[in-house]
Structures are given as C-alpha cells and as structure tokens.
Design a protein around this ligand. Structure first.
Ligand SMILES: Cc1cc2nc3c(=O)[nH]c(=O)nc-3n(C[C@H](O)[C@H](O)[C@H](O)COP(=O)(O)OP(=O)(O)OC[C@H]3O[C@@H](n4cnc5c(N)ncnc54)[C@H](O)[C@@H]3O)c2cc1C
Length: 389
C-alpha cells in the first residue's frame, strides 16, 4: 500500500477548504494555512450571502455544475443541521423583451429544454407577484423556483470545522511567504514567521492574492474590486421571499443583483460589473461614486428602497481570469506545485462540487470539464472584463 501523500494548501477560503475535505477523504495528509482567523475577514468567501443559481445562459458546463450543486446544498443543510442555503428562488428580469443571445433569454431557453419549471413573467405578473419592483421597467423575464442564496461566512466556518473533524490540520495565523524548493521541485512553503510546511504537493488556493504570490500568473489573472452595499429596511418581511427573492435586474447588461432582507433588516445589493483592478493588500474602500450610483439604480428599480439607510459597505475581490473560467491545475514548469484560483466572481455557488473538481486536478484526472480549467495561454477573448456569467 503506497504511503499516503501529503499536501499543504495555502488559503482557507471555499477553494482551499473544500479541496482539503475532499483530498482528506481520498486518503491524503492535508494541512491548510491561512493568516485567518477563518473565515478570514478580507476573503471573498467571507460575507453574509452569495447567490446560488443554475442559470448560466446556454453554457452547458456551468449549468450542469449549478444543478449538481443545488442538490448538494440541500444535503449540506441536512448534514450541518442549519440553513446554510435558502432555496428562495431566483428572479431574472429584463428591461426589454428577452432576446436570443442575451443572458436571460439563453438561460430561459436552455433550462426549459432541461425541463426546469420556470415561470415566464411580464410586467403585470411582476407587479402582482413582486410588488417592490418598478414592474413597468421590466416587461419580460422569469422566476426559477430552484436557486437562492448561501450564508457564505457560516458555510466557511462549517467547512473549517468539518475539515478539522476529518483530520485536516488547519493552521490559522500563518501567512505564506515563499515556496520551498529542492532543485526544481516545490517541496512545501515557508510562512512569514519562518516556519516550514513540507509536503509532497503544494496547492495555492489564495483567491485574489494568487497573481501577487505567483507572479507568472499576473498576465492571465488579476484582482478586481467589487463594491457591496448593505441597506437597512424597517420591515424585513416585506423584502423577503416569496415577494422578494434573490434577483437579477437586467444583469446581462447592467450587472445589478441582490438578496432578500435578513431578519435584522439588512438588505444587500451588488453589481457583477467590470469592477476595478486593485492590489489585494490595498485598502478596501468603496469609491465615493458607488453610493450615488447604487441609489440611482434603487430609485429606478426599487423606489421604496431609494432612501433606505446605508449601514455598511465592503470592497470584495474577484480573482478574475481572462476568460472567466477557474484555474485548477498543476504548474507546467514547477513540479510539486498546483493552483486552484481564478473564481472570476462566481465560484461560491459551486462549493459542494468544487472540492471534487480541485482534487481531480491535483490527482491529474483529465476530462472535458477539467480541460476548461487547465493551465492555459491567454487568448484574445474579445470579451475580457465582460460578465456574461
Ligand atoms: C463582491 C462579490 C460578490 C460575490 N458574489 C457571489 C455570488 O453571489 N455567488 C457566487 O457563486 N460567488 C460570488 N462571489 C465569488 C466568490 O466569493 C468566490 O468565487 C469565492 O469566494 C472564492 O474563493 P477562494 O477560496 O478562491 O478565495 P477567498 O475566499 O478569497 O480565499 C482565499 C484565502 O487565501 C488566503 N490568503 C491570502 N494570502 C495568503 C497568504 N500569503 N498565506 C496564506 N493564505 C493566504 C486569504 O486569507 C483567504 O482566506 C462573489 C465575490 C465577490 C468579491
């Protein structure tokens, strides 16, 4: 029986922790290091909510991963005994009649062929079912009863506990400083305090920090700052499902999306737009034009929210790849080193299947899915920065 292999995973966000649990389950000795405390406050995975959807235009792979994840989220709710995921449904509205080629139309078409029970909506139906909206602005769209939101920080805390219970060593307060090499082979990492973590394999799962820690990736991925604004509503039940589920407002063109209010009245709004390039250790401040921009959108689409008190802002970081696909693979020139990053602002929803994908990459399993995430040259996609996903 070959000796169990060891791996040190740098980064305890959703990539690092799901990979740790899966690899431990496959018999690896696994240690994880992160400056922490986990959930790390500056990590992309750390927040009150993340959208969980299967709606991905006509993209078969993302749609399939989304549908598989939705099944597993329900299992995680049972396993954890707490509602980590809320299946409130996903409301996708368009400012014009849905058109071929558009995110809304292609999602509706493709999911309908997969026999998903979507409900097509016009302005009259929106006004009747979802009274918070300026329904006359949204003449077309649909409601998908399968989808919703995950309590991301709670998920990360639960995954860290699950990892520890599985025998993963989670080292908080340790920050990666450099790779340890023996000849041309990477044999582990050294932390900023000088401590060495030696292992057969090293996995960098450091999200938006990755192109800074492994600069040869800085041409194919980069950190992008995205503002998140939290407002307070006085009567939360009026801004919760079923009358106010997770929503996307002409997202293919505008990027706007958001969440039902929490029990304490916090209502989160965000924008899946180009964002702005930023160094991952730079101050995390939203820019001065973000609040007026968000309020202009609210005034137009949710008039009753236009003057809601702003109770918090956050600049969260995507690790954007040039083509929006994840980066899950061994380093072609540095044996012993693997990378799992490139979330491009849309990976959290796949948490239940992410560990399996990353472990497959670590174990060198190659199939059509993994080809999409393999180490690759930067090609002119002509759509860099555009968010079709
Ligand atoms: C504004 C915003 C909104 C989003 N909304 C959604 C959504 O609605 N739905 C969805 O599916 N996805 C969403 N995402 C994307 C999702 O959050 C990410 O895809 C996911 O969290 C990325 O996980 P990660 O583990 O790669 O990165 P992170 O969670 O950032 O984890 C990286 C970890 O690496 C650690 N690290 C960094 N440097 C070092 C070092 N030197 N040594 C050791 N550890 C280090 C950090 O401390 C951190 O814990 C959103 C992201 C943002 C920014």
């Amino acid at each position: 029986m070959p000796a169990a292999q060891s791996i040190v995973i740098v980064g305890a966000g959703v990539f690092g922790l799901t990979a740790a649990i899966e690899l431990r389950g496959r018999g690896w000795h696994v240690s994880v290091m992160d400056p922490g405390p986990v959930p790390t406050p500056t990590a992309a995975s750390t927040d009150i909510s993340k959208v969980v959807r299967m709606d991905y235009g006509a993209d078969e792979l993302w749609t399939e991963l989304g549908r598989n994840s939705l099944q597993r989220w329900a299992e995680w709710n049972r396993e954890s005994g707490v509602p980590l995921f809320h299946n409130d449904g996903f409301l996708v509205l368009s400012r014009e009649a849905m058109q071929p080629g558009g995110f809304e139309f292609e999602s509706f078409q493709f999911l309908t062929t997969l026999r998903e029970k979507l409900e097509r909506l016009d302005s009259a139906a929106v006004a009747q079912r979802f009274p918070g909206w300026s329904a006359d602005q949204y003449p077309d769209g649909y409601f998908n009863p399968r989808g919703g939101w995950a309590e991301s920080s709670k998920v990360v805390a639960w995954l860290a506990q699950k990892a520890r219970c599985a025998g993963v060593e989670v080292f908080e307060q340790y920050a990666f400083a450099r790779l340890l090499e023996d000849g041309s082979r990477v044999v582990g990492v050294q932390a900023k305090d000088g401590r060495a973590f030696r292992a057969d394999l090293t996995l960098l799962a450091t999200g938006a920090w990755t192109p800074t820690l492994l600069t040869e990736l800085s041409d194919v991925m980069w950190a992008t700052g995205q503002p998140v604004l939290n407002f307070r509503v006085a009567n939360p039940s009026e801004w919760q499902a079923p009358r106010f589920p997770v929503w996307a407002a002409d997202i293919g063109r505008t990027g706007w999306y958001g969440f039902p209010a929490l029990a304490n009245g916090t209502l989160k709004v965000a924008n899946h737009g180009p964002g702005r390039r930023i160094h991952p250790d730079a101050p995390r401040e939203v820019s001065s034009d973000d609040e007026p921009r968000f309020r202009a959108f609210l005034r137009d689409t949710f008039p009753a929210l236009a003057d809601a008190p702003l109770i918090g802002t956050r600049l969260c970081l995507y690790c954007d790849t040039f083509d929006g696909n994840f980066w899950l693979d061994h380093h072609p020139q540095r044996p012993g080193l693997c990378v799992a990053a490139g979330d491009s602002g849309h990976a959290f929803k796949f948490a239940p299947v992410l560990g399996g994908l990353i472990a497959d990459a670590v174990e060198g399993k190659v199939d059509i899915t993994m080809k999409r995430f393999a180490w690759r040259e930067r090609k002119a996609t002509g759509s860099e920065g555009a968010r079709a996903r």
